[in-house]
Design a protein around this ligand. Sequence first.
Ligand code: SAM
Length: 239
Amino acid sequence: MAMRNATDDWRYFDAGKIPTKASTPHLDRLLAQIGAAADHGGPIALLDVGCGDGRLSKRLYDQGLCVTGVDISPAAVAAAGRLAGAQGGATLRFAEADFAADQFPRIEGGPFDVVVCQLVLSIIGDDRNRNNLLRHIRALLRPDGWLYLSASGVSDAINPGYARLYAEDALLTGEPHSYFSRNEQGEVLYMTHHFTGNELEDLLKAAGFGQIEVSLEREASSRRPEEAAFFLYATCRPA
Ligand SMILES: C[S@@+](CC[C@H](N)C(=O)[O-])C[C@H]1O[C@@H](n2cnc3c(N)ncnc32)[C@H](O)[C@@H]1O
């Protein structure tokens, strides 16, 4: 298993350099399908886990949702907090929370109709941390709620650079398809795990999710846009 402390890697990460994705067609489709109002009659309550600097949370708030963004990084939450507000029935707030730990995070505003978890499962640490993340999300969702999750996919077949990174770091990470993301100086920033579709589906099932749909897309790598990488997009509900 990983020898780094992923919690510390992200707690002290430079908030101005948090990787993100601006385009979210899979999430947009899910929200259109759910509709503007939840079954309980109020506005949709959405939790954005690992919200980074809050730009996705803000976009969803601007669409009329009640959004809570949570992140382990105090600097990211402070930056995101400047976007907080209330307009019409919608609200936007941010809080610090650790979803990798065994202990259940205390989050106000739940249970949630939708949980968004974009690009977090791949970087949150080892298998235990991944299971904790999904278990905590499951517990915060309404029984009829939805999880939208994106993660990095195994990409050695389309990018030899990833094949090399998986092989070079395998002894240190202790698992296939994991490697250390590094900065321009070669210093390790955090561990990244790339999932197969079946692996992601099994993790979601083990955490208590059903109606799982996973799609695989060939895109540009988040940190190296000139290189190709696979991404997985999952939607599912509490089983
Ligand atoms: C790759 S970034 C994605 C940010 C955002 N979801 C987006 O797509 O713009 C991963 C985020 O997960 C957060 N994170 C890492 N470990 C976490 C943990 N244990 N609990 C909560 N958030 C965490 C990081 O601080 C970072 O903001």
